[in-house]
Design a protein around this ligand. Structure first.
Ligand code: GDP
Ligand code: GDP
Length: 455
C-alpha cells in the first residue's frame, strides 16, 4: 500500500472505520417537553432533528447516528410522540417500552425544574423491568442554582442524576461519558451465528398489508414454545417459529399482534415500531400489498431497512386478488418505485391462500448469504484491476482518477473501502457497485462503498 502513496496507518484506519459491525443503540426516553429532542440534537451534532416539528407531524426517521469521544452509536429518539392520544401516561409508557426494547442502554430524561412526576415513576418501573443500563439525565439545569433540583432525583433510585442543560450544552459532556460507559462495546444483539441462536427476522410493512395474517400463517401449528428451546432467551415480544425445516426468531411480533390503532400519531408509532424491529433483526421481510399502489410509506420502510444495513426480502402479499392487468402495472411500478432495492429477492405470496409460502425461506436464506458474503482481497483487486483498465474513470481537469486498490472491511452488510488517486465521481461509484454486484452476487443486501483519496 505504501508505494501507492497511502500511509499504512491511513489504510488500516480507513478499513477499521468502514468495517465496524452494528452499532450499539441508545434510547432517549421521557415525558413530552422534558427536552429529549433538544438532547438528541446535541448528541447528533446536527440541526436536522425534531425540535421544530409540530406535534402529530409524521417523522419517518427515529434513529440517528451519533459519535462521542471517537465512539459511534445509534440514538433512538422518541421526542415526536403524540401525547394526547392515549393519555400521557399510557403513551409515554408505550413509547418508552418500544424504545427500551430496541436499546442497549437508555438515557432517561427528567425535567429537573419540575421534578419527578407519576409518569416519570411509571417509566422508572419499566426501566427496572427491562434491566438495561440507565443514565439519568436531570435536564434544564441551566446554571449552578439548578443543581439542587437535580440532586432530588436521587430519589428515583436510578443512581446518580446527571445535571444537564440540553439547551446550552452544560453538563452534556459528562453525561455522554456516562453513556459511553453504559453502552456495551458490541451491541447485545451481536450478529452472527457463533452463539447458535436462531436467525432474526423483522416482518415489516405499513398497516393492513397483511403482517399479522402472514405471521399467523407461518406460525400455524408449528409454533414452538420458547421456553422449551435450548439456548434461546425468553422474550415475550419475539416468537420462535419453525419454517422450512429451520428455526427462526421473528422479532417484535408483539408489535404486530397488539395492533394498536390510533388516529393521531399512528404513523409515528408504526415507524418507531418498525425501526425497533429492524434494529434487532438480521433480515427484514418487507411486506407490500400487491393489490394497491406502492406508496410513499412503503418506500420509507424500504429506506429504513436499507439505511439500517439489513438483508432484505420483498414479499408482495394478497397475490390472490390480482388480475392480469394489475399484475402488468405492478411490474412497471416495482421498476420505477423500488429501484433502490432492485437487488432484493422477491416473493409473491398470499397469506390468505398460503400461495408460495414455501418460497419465503429460500429468499431469506439468499438475502442472508449475500449479507454475509466476503470477497477475498486478492480476488477483489484482480476484479478491480480489470474493471479499471477496461472502463477507466473519465478524465477531469486533465487528470484521470484511478482506483488503486480496495478491500472488504466488513460484512453484514458488506463494506468496501476503495483507495483512489483522485476524486471518484458518483456515477463511477454507482458503476462500480453495479459491477461488484454482477461479479459477486450480493443478492438481498445493501453494500457500502467508501472511497479514500490519496492526499
Ligand atoms: P421533548 O418533547 O422531550 O422532545 O422536548 P423538546 O426537546 O422539544 O423540549 C421542550 C422544550 O424545552 C423546548 O422549548 C426546549 O427549548 C426546552 N428545553 C429543552 N432543554 C432545555 C434546557 O436544558 N433548558 C431549558 N431552559 N429549556 C430546555
Ligand atoms: P397488518 O395490519 O399488516 O397486520 O394486516 P392484517 O394481517 O391485519 O391484514 C389486513 C387485511 O388484509 C385483513 O382484512 C386481512 O384479512 C387481509 N389480508 C391479509 N393477507 C391477505 C391475502 O393474502 N389476501 C387477501 N385477499 N387478503 C389478505
Amino acid at each position: 500500500a505504501a508505494e501507492e502513496g497511502f500511509d499504512i496507518e491511513d489504510v488500516e484506519g480507513a478499513i477499521e472505520a468502514a468495517g465496524h459491525g452494528p452499532l450499539p443503540v441508545l434510547a432517549v426516553v421521557g415525558r413530552p417537553n422534558v427536552g429529549k429532542s433538544t438532547l438528541v440534537n446535541r448528541m447528533i451534532g446536527r440541526r436536522e432533528a425534531v425540535v421544530e416539528d409540530r406535534p402529530g407531524v409524521t417523522r419517518d426517521r427515529v434513529t440517528y447516528e451519533a459519535e462521542w469521544a471517537g465512539r459511534r452509536f445509534k440514538v433512538v429518539d422518541t421526542g415526536g410522540w403524540e401525547q394526547d392520544v392515549l393519555g400521557i401516561d399510557a403513551s409515554v409508557a408505550a413509547q418508552a417500552e418500544y424504545a427500551i426494547e430496541a436499546a442497549d442502554a437508555v438515557v432517561f430524561v427528567v425535567d429537573a425544574k419540575v421534578g419527578a412526576t407519576d409518569t416519570d415513576e411509571a417509566v422508572v418501573r419499566l426501566l427496572r423491568k427491562a434491566g438495561k443500563p440507565v443514565v439519568l439525565c436531570a435536564n434544564k439545569v441551566d446554571g449552578p442554582s439548578g443543581e439542587a433540583d437535580a440532586a432530588y432525583l436521587w430519589n428515583l433510585g436510578l443512581g446518580e442524576p446527571h445535571p444537564v442543560s440540553a439547551l446550552h450544552g452544560r453538563g452534556t459532556g459528562d453525561m455522554l461519558d456516562a453513556v459511553l460507559e453504559a453502552l456495551p462495546d458490541a451491541p447485545e444483539q451481536s450478529f452472527g451465528t457463533a452463539i447458535g441462536g436462531p436467525r432474526r427476522i423483522a416482518l415489516i410493512g405499513r398497516p393492513n398489508v397483511g403482517k399479522s395474517s402472514l405471521l399467523n400463517k407461518v406460525a400455524g401449528e408449528e409454533r414452538v414454545v420458547v421456553n422449551e428451546l435450548a439456548g434461546t432467551t425468553r422474550d415475550p415480544v419475539d416468537e420462535i417459529i419453525e419454517l422450512g425445516g429451520k428455526t427462526w426468531k421473528f422479532v417484535d411480533t408483539a408489535g404486530i399482534r397488539k395492533r394498536v390503532h390510533l388516529q393521531q400519531g399512528a404513523d409515528y408509532y408504526a415507524s418507531l415500531r418498525t425501526a425497533a424491529a429492524v434494529e434487532k433483526a438480521e433480515v427484514a421481510v418487507i411486506l407490500l400489498d400487491a393489490s394497491e399502489n406502492i406508496s410513499v410509506q412503503d418506500q420509507r420502510i424500504v429506506t429504513m431497512a436499507v439505511e439500517a444495513g439489513r438483508a432484505i426480502v420483498l414479499a408482495f402479499n394478497k397475490w390472490d386478488t390480482l388480475d392480469e392487468e394489475r399484475r402488468y402495472y405492478l411490474e412497471r411500478e416495482i421498476e420505477t418505485e423500488l429501484g433502490q432495492v432492485a437487488w432484493a429477492p422477491r416473493v409473491n405470496v398470499s397469506a390468505r391462500t398460503g400461495r408460495h409460502m414455501e418460497k419465503l425461506v429460500p429468499a431469506i436464506e439468499t438475502a442472508l448469504a449475500g449479507w454475509e458474503t466476503r470477497v477475498p482481497t486478492g480476488r477483489l483487486n484482480a476484479f478491480l484491476g480489470e474493471l479499471v483498465s477496461a472502463h477507466p474513470h473519465p478524465i477531469r481537469g486533465g487528470k484521470q482518477p484511478r482506483i488503486l486498490f480496495g478491500t472488504q472491511a466488513g460484512t453484514k452488510p458488506p463494506r468496501f473501502v476503495l483507495f483512489a488517486s483522485g476524486f471518484i465521481e458518483a456515477g463511477y461509484r454507482r458503476f462500480i457497485e453495479r459491477r461488484l454486484r454482477e461479479e459477486f452476487g450480493f443478492e438481498g443486501t445493501p453494500i457500502h462503498i467508501s472511497v479514500r483519496v490519496r492526499e
